[in-house]
Design a protein around this ligand. Structure first.
Ligand SMILES: [Zn+2]
Length: 358
């Protein structure tokens, strides 16, 4: 299987772009000490759980219209009582939690009907603050990363017990779960229980490597979702089993990278902060982080950082979360990175929320 060159050379350029809009998906409150190094132990921040609408210029699977409509992440459920009881106990530690407007409200505000108009819902992962209310999306196919369905049924103890997940979260007849990527991830549970589920949907979509023109690996496993170079789903292991990121082309040399929970604070990607470690509560003195495998999460962050331009004149390796970067090839590329819980991005970019565009 040939690698995909990023950015695409002009000669091979199919020039398919998508339109992206931010959506409100509620807010939750995070104690900084669990997320970033050198945090004030008393600081808590109420942050958004951002979702996104992506419109791709193709006939949707149910026909009608000229755009296929995709949601990336569903934010927080508008009714917190719909979470499993054990999950509600955890959520009590994340108050204040704001549930309105949710993703369905945000879509309606821009003139879309979540029940009829949304074709695909891609979940970066199935932590409570990303799964929203799937029942609102009556026609959508749900797209999840490898291991997600196993996780929903069995949990991943000790830190993610079975009781916090809802095995009925996703309609099984409308789920695509990607096959295991070539990246060695944490060994977890019986392998490949769900491989082959809805297998027809996977035809022609295989993991490929994303490389620079010079042949350097950016990501070892991406899926070209529409086979036209407009959207790459990126295997982004470390945060939670099945964690995926999303890289989409919104202009001839402009791309948006949706980082999900690769980190919860963009200062980790710029290099200003590190991943916080804290006692794992098992009485063994071991440390954990908010990631299921901290080392793997760190190596995913390192890969993402190769897409971020360096800050000029700093003398250190600090980076910016948006700007133009030369990755080799014939055109520099402009990349903007957005992580799910970036409150300052939300504040500065109100005009880019649906029906506005990014
Ligand atoms: Zn998460």
């Amino acid at each position: 299987m040939s690698a995909i060159v990023f950015p695409p050379p002009a000669s091979a350029d199919k020039q398919v772009y998508v339109t992206i809009s931010a959506l409100e998906g509620g807010h939750l409150t995070l104690p900084e000490r669990l997320f970033v190094t050198d945090a004030d132990p008393n600081v808590k921040r109420t942050v958004p759980s951002l979702s996104f609408l992506i419109q791709h210029p193709s006939t949707p699977p149910h026909g009608g219209g000229s755009n296929t409509k995709i949601i990336f992440d569903l934010g927080i459920k508008r009714d917190l009582n719909k979470y499993m009881p054990a999950m509600q106990t955890h959520i009590a530690n994340r108050q204040p939690v704001i549930t309105s407007p949710d993703v369905a409200d945000s879509l309606r505000a821009g003139g879309l009907d979540p029940a009829k108009d949304i074709d695909y819902v891609i979940m970066s992962h199935v932590h409570w603050d990303h799964v929203g209310t799937p029942a609102d999306f009556e026609r959508a196919t749900f797209v999840v990363g490898h291991g997600t369905l196993h996780l929903l049924e069995n949990g991943a103890p000790p830190h993610y017990p079975k009781e916090i997940f809802d095995p009925q979260l996703l309609p099984r007849d409308r789920v695509w779960e990607f096959r295991e990527s070539p990246i060695p991830e944490v060994v977890f549970g019986p392998a490949d229980e769900y491989v082959g589920q809805n297998a027809a949907s996977f035809q022609g979509r295989v993991w490929r490597e994303l490389q620079t023109a010079a042949g350097e690996t950016i990501f070892p496993a991406v899926i070209d979702l529409f086979d036209d170079g407009s959207i790459y789903l990126i295997d982004s292991p470390g945060h939670l089993f099945g964690h995926m990121n999303f890289l989409a082309r919104v202009g001839s040399a402009k791309w948006i990278y949706l980082g999900g929970d690769c980190c919860h604070d963009a200062r980790i990607l710029t290099g200003e902060k590190g991943i916080a470690l804290y006692d794992d509560g098992t009485g063994t003195g071991r440390l954990r982080s908010v990631h299921v495998d901290t080392d793997v999460a760190r190596s995913t962050l390192n890969r993402i950082q190769t897409l971020l331009p360096e800050k000029k004149g700093q003398g250190t390796a600090l980076r910016r979360t948006s700007g133009t970067i030369a990755l080799g090839g014939d055109t520099p590329v402009e990349i903007e990175l957005i992580v799910a819980h970036d409150g300052s991005w939300r504040e500065k970019n109100q005009h880019r929320f649906f029906p506005g565009t990014i």
